[in-house]
Design a protein around this ligand. Structure first.
Ligand code: SF4
Length: 431
């Protein structure tokens, strides 16, 4: 197939894939909101009844909207651009929603070039105002422990920068590549593996020119059959930008499969619009891996977003990072994984937290991950049990870890331990 000329056959998106075209820490004024009158509860409720968007507005969201954005309407709240424009990016703004603890204030008072603060109003509505230890709050609000470095931590523990043949593309496994589409996310997770680059638009500014270089690399590398679009969060790109990327990549004859890694359905479910669904449908087959952390993320909004994606024919999997004090117990993970199946998301990976700088307060011992799998396997549906993997430092790739079900071989028989700890002999076949 002839190489497609983007300038002739596709509308080339703006050169800057940052959906807001600005630094993540900027706070644009919402002129529409500033001029609007304050709405009464009655008016909010009336407008909510009339609202007919794809993603519902839960009672929790409505209460938060009324309490914190009295000038905005349910339609504003349900507009993903409004969510981005009104995201919380400063400590001053955050303390309108949360009573900040000392470690949180300390972290935000230190100026350093690191992972910025950014939380969508929707995700902020799920945070506990009083409890700094609430799992979801710990995921997105910085604390002073981020400034403490433990042995073995590094800014790029997976060695991605060394396995990058062109900027914005990581080629680690023989047949697949990781395509870093943007450095922007609607909400930044404090334990992010790519915290060295996400939100850092000075050092890691992604451009369409960079996309084209990555696409050219895939075009001249026939061993690549699988492309994972990640970042940053690809679903924060505009529809036209996603369409451009997907069209260019899908036009490469040896690319058999495209996946998108995103946290959008959990932090910005309003992004799942009919126009986005149309774009995704146009580029089937397409797989989406959604980053989920805790069962409290499974709200009516997120449930609707996942169901809409599934209805559009997109197979959905989940990725979860195992985090100390957040989801490192079997009951929490069982609730998360069973809840995901109910909204048509198949739990896919449970990741050991990567040793990025300042991640000591998030990381669990590896044995904890093995214990989690032991507590899940056999105790819930197999579909609710993800693969527990450690991404090997230095670029060794994902290594799956399992409890010791295989106990050895005796007299030609395999000794196996089941989920209850009972031993069984399996008569092995002759080689
Ligand atoms: S959504 Fe993904 S890429 Fe963005 S901050 Fe969270 S973990 Fe990092």
């Amino acid at each position: 197939m002839a190489k497609m000329s983007p300038t002739k056959e596709l509308a080339v998106p703006t050169d800057d894939p940052d959906p807001l075209g600005r630094e993540p820490s900027e706070e644009p004024p919402s002129s529409r909101t500033a001029l609007a009158k304050v709405l009464t509860v009655k008016e909010h409720l009336r407008r909510k009844r009339e609202y007919s968007g794809l993603i519902p507005l839960s009672e929790k969201s409505l209460r938060f909207l009324y309490d914190h954005y009295p000038q905005a309407t349910p339609e504003d709240w349900s507009n993903w651009q409004w969510q981005l424009q009104n995201s919380i990016c400063t400590a001053d703004k955050l303390q309108n929603f949360l009573r900040l603890s000392y470690p949180e204030i300390l972290a935000m008072s230190q100026s350093r070039a690191g992972l910025p603060l950014r939380i969508t109003p929707y995700y902020a509505s799920l945070l506990d105002r009083e409890d700094p230890d609430q799992p979801m709050r710990r995921c997105v609000v910085p604390v002073s422990s981020e400034f403490m470095t433990c042995p073995g931590e590094s800014p790029d523990p997976l060695g991605e920068d060394h396995q990058s043949p062109v900027p914005g593309l990581v080629h680690r496994y023989p047949d697949r590549v990781l395509f870093l589409t943007t450095g922007f996310c609607s909400t930044y997770c404090r334990y992010c593996t790519r915290s060295r680059m996400v939100g850092n638009t000075t050092k890691f500014r992604v451009s369409v020119k960079q996309w084209d270089q990555a696409i050219a690399y895939i075009e001249r590398t026939p061993s690549v059959r699988d492309v994972l679009l990640s970042g940053g969060d690809p679903l924060t790109l505009m529809d036209s930008q996603l369409d451009y990327l997907l069209t260019r990549i899908k036009a490469i004859p040896h690319v058999e499969m495209v996946r998108i890694g995103t946290k959008v359905p959990a932090v910005l479910p309003q992004r799942i619009t009919s126009k986005l669904l149309k774009t995704l449908k146009k580029h089937q087959p397409l797989w989406i891996s959604i980053h989920f952390t805790h069962p409290d993320e499974l709200t009516p909004e997120t449930s609707a977003a996942c169901n809409q994606l599934a209805d559009a024919g997109v197979p959905l999997g989940s990725q979860t990072v195992l985090l100390k004090g957040i989801n490192d117990d079997v009951a929490t993970l069982t609730s998360l994984f069973q809840g995901l199946l109910k909204i048509r998301v198949r739990p896919y990976y449970l990741y050991q937290c990567d040793p990025i700088m300042g991640s000591g307060h998030f990381r669990t011992p590896v044995q904890c991950g093995i214990d989690m799998i032991q507590g899940l396997r056999g105790h819930t549906s197999g579909y609710a049990v993800p693969h527990y993997v450690v991404d090997a430092p230095g670029g060794g790739g994902k290594i799956p870890l399992l409890p010791e079900y295989f106990q050895g071989v005796q007299h030609g028989q395999i000794i196996l331990k089941n989920f209850e700890g009972r031993l069984f002999r399996y008569p092995d076949a002759q080689a």
